[in-house]
Design a protein around this ligand. Structure first.
Ligand SMILES: C[S@@+](CC[C@H](N)C(=O)[O-])C[C@H]1O[C@@H](n2cnc3c(N)ncnc32)[C@H](O)[C@@H]1O
Length: 273
């Protein structure tokens, strides 16, 4: 059986295997592994978030999209959240953040990629989008520099488990990182992230989302953002570019607080949440 499973995932067969699986009522795990979702990076990220929540015994998480525009990403995120919640029993709140008026003013130098973006690109039709969204999906309008601190302060106990960053700009991304830098942050010990704007011809580590990540890591001791290093192993289509755009925010402070239980007659440690 395991030989057949490996063979089915070999390059000559896998497109065919995928087609067959798409016709069957397979589990959400299988759909994530085989990219059977319009945005496989969202399904993989949300599923991992639910698993991380279960490991911490957390019953409800938030999943967030930064940069909503027309809303096709937020609609895909809603669907992933519903499927993963059904499969895992973890409740999932879906939240989209957007200015509503398109890209804001760019900062005065190269860091916002003036070679790529213009203010007011991606203006949003708020009413049309709200009609398409489920009533329970939250749309937070305004500049993330203002809305993220307000959101964190109001978040109560529901930690962020997955966040997608698609605001194009360095300045917007670093502002949204207040989600992880504030002392009152509510995130899972491992929060799964997706960065959309890191693999254009113009992309480099000294501007855009990549600069925001480097700067965040240099300025924050308690939370670090790094590539999601096991993501590739979880997908059949290991060469697909989205895998390199998956990251994890590790809450080092929370990890340091993890209690290890060791029964007197047991050499192994058990994790206590
Ligand atoms: C590329 S679009 C998002 C596309 C969307 N994720 C999708 O997949 O369809 C970028 C969005 O980021 C938003 N944005 C950029 N900077 C922002 C900021 N500082 N605060 C709020 N929204 C911002 C813009 O309003 C724009 O709608």
């Amino acid at each position: 059986m395991s030989f057949l499973r490996t063979l089915a995932a070999e390059p000559p067969f896998r497109r065919f295997s995928r087609r067959v699986l798409s016709l069957l009522p397979v589990s959400v795990e299988t759909r994530a592994r085989w990219e059977l979702a319009p945005r496989p990076h969202y399904l993989m990220g949300v599923l991992q978030a639910a698993k991380n929540a279960q490991q911490q015994d957390v019953k409800e998480i938030c999943v967030v999209e930064f940069g909503v525009a027309g809303g096709s990403g937020l609609l895909a995120l809603e669907q992933c959240a519903q499927d993963v919640a059904q499969a895992t029993g973890v409740s999932i709140r879906v939240i989209g953040f957007d200015a509503g008026s398109g890209l804001p003013e760019l900062c005065g130098d190269f860091r916002d990629h003036r070679d790529q973006w213009m203010p007011m690109d991606y203006k949003m039709d708020v009413d049309a989008l709200r009609r398409k969204l489920r009533p329970e999906t939250e749309l937070v309008l305004g500049n993330v520099a203002d809305t993220v601190p307000e959101f964190v302060a109001s978040q109560q106990t529901c930690p962020v488990g997955f966040a997608s960053f698609d605001m194009d700009l360095y300045s917007s991304t670093i502002a949204a990182f207040q989600l992880f830098s504030r002392p009152d942050r509510k995130m899972l010990r491992r929060t799964t992230l997706y960065f959309d704007d890191v693999d254009f011809d113009c992309s480099h580590r000294f501007a855009g989302e990549l600069l925001a990540i480097d700067e965040f890591n240099a300025q924050n001791e308690l939370v670090k953002i790094d590539r999601w290093r096991s993501c590739r192993k979880k997908s059949v289509f290991k060469e697909n570019p989205w895998i390199d755009k998956m990251y994890t925010a590790h809450d080092l402070e929370a990890i340091s607080r993890v209690q290890l239980d060791r029964a007197p007659d047991d050499e192994r440690c058990r994790l206590r949440t």
